[in-house]
Design a protein around this ligand. Structure first.
Ligand SMILES: C[S@@+](CC[C@H](N)C(=O)[O-])C[C@H]1O[C@@H](n2cnc3c(N)ncnc32)[C@H](O)[C@@H]1O
Length: 273
């Protein structure tokens, strides 16, 4: 692995926050995700993450949401071994390696060209893994992706950086492109967006947040009639909370009693089309 640190724009730099959170989860005594490759990338690049102020709360949330997104994608790929997988705003995440899909699946990691170039330099090639260097809000990057196979589309940490119009038109283009599929992403309520703009742990990305937040998980059903909510996954209510450090375990167990409170934390939304 090439150990030269890539140069990114501030928006691209946001990938360090999630990559380092997964690396630090892997170093914890009881990892939630246990992503050894994230840890290896951070160590190889000797990335200095002190300035990011990655706190325990962020580590737990990033690791658990990645695990939930992986679970949805893995279940889809098990049912559709001929599928196409897409990771939008993939950063340096190695989701495909965690999922280890059958060789009949084609996986596309999409991010800006500089990030795609860094991926190609840092992450070993795989015959069924394709790296697409593009702005997801542009029209033509989907041209090279098959149109005749079911698709599972994952977006981990992307939504906050798109305006609502950009997000709606992206989802619509994806839904039009494939015969059927599932879409899974981490979402933010309006309050969670406010917190992301003000919390110390997300200070490095505060100025870049464009999404206003979404309080109703059924709202995207109005954006496209083919889109149907499968499940709103409120992380406070997931069983992995039992593995959290005591103070955070107690907090999430309390929050789990109340939907509005649970929604102030991390939400993963799962749709089919
Ligand atoms: C918080 S990072 C998450 C990265 C990765 N999904 C992860 O979990 O580590 C957000 C990523 O979205 C990418 N991104 C933001 N806006 C984008 C856009 N319009 N087109 C392509 N990628 C975008 C950034 O470059 C960055 O890699």
């Amino acid at each position: 692995m090439d150990s030269t640190l890539p140069t990114f724009t501030p928006l691209e730099d946001s990938l360090w926050l999630t990559l380092c959170a997964r690396a630090l989860d892997n170093r914890s005594p009881h990892p939630i995700l246990g992503d050894a490759t994230a840890d290896q990338i951070v160590r190889t690049l000797d990335y200095d993450y002190d300035h990011l102020h990655v706190d325990t709360n962020l580590i737990l949330n990033v690791a658990l949401r990645a695990k939930k997104l992986d679970q949805v994608a893995a279940a889809f790929l098990a049912r559709h071994p001929d599928a196409v997988g897409l990771d939008l705003g993939a950063g340096l995440d190695t989701r495909m390696e965690r999922l280890a899909p059958p060789s009949t699946v084609d996986w596309y990691d999409v991010d800006f060209p500089a990030v795609a170039a860094a991926r190609e330099r840092l992450i070993p090639e795989h015959p069924n893994a394709h790296v697409v260097g593009a702005d997801v809000t542009e029209e033509d990057w989907l041209d090279g992706v098959p149109t005749d196979r079911p698709a599972v589309i994952v977006a981990d940490g992307l939504m906050g950086f798109l305006s609502q119009d950009e997000l709606v038109s992206l989802w619509n283009r994806l839904i039009d492109h494939f015969p059927s599929g599932e879409l899974v992403f981490n979402s933010y309520t309006r309050f969670a967006i406010w917190v992301a703009r003000h919390a110390r742990g997300t200070k490095s990305v505060a100025e870049l947040v464009k999404f206003p937040g979404m309080d109703d998980p059924r709202e995207p059903e109005h954006w496209n009639p083919r889109l149907h909510l499968v499940r709103e996954i409120l992380l406070s209510r997931e069983p992995e909370v039992d593995q959290f450090p005591p103070a955070w375990r107690r907090y999430h167990r309390l929050a789990a009693h109340n939907t509005a409170w649970s929604r102030t934390g991390t939400i993963v939304l799962h749709y089919r089309f």
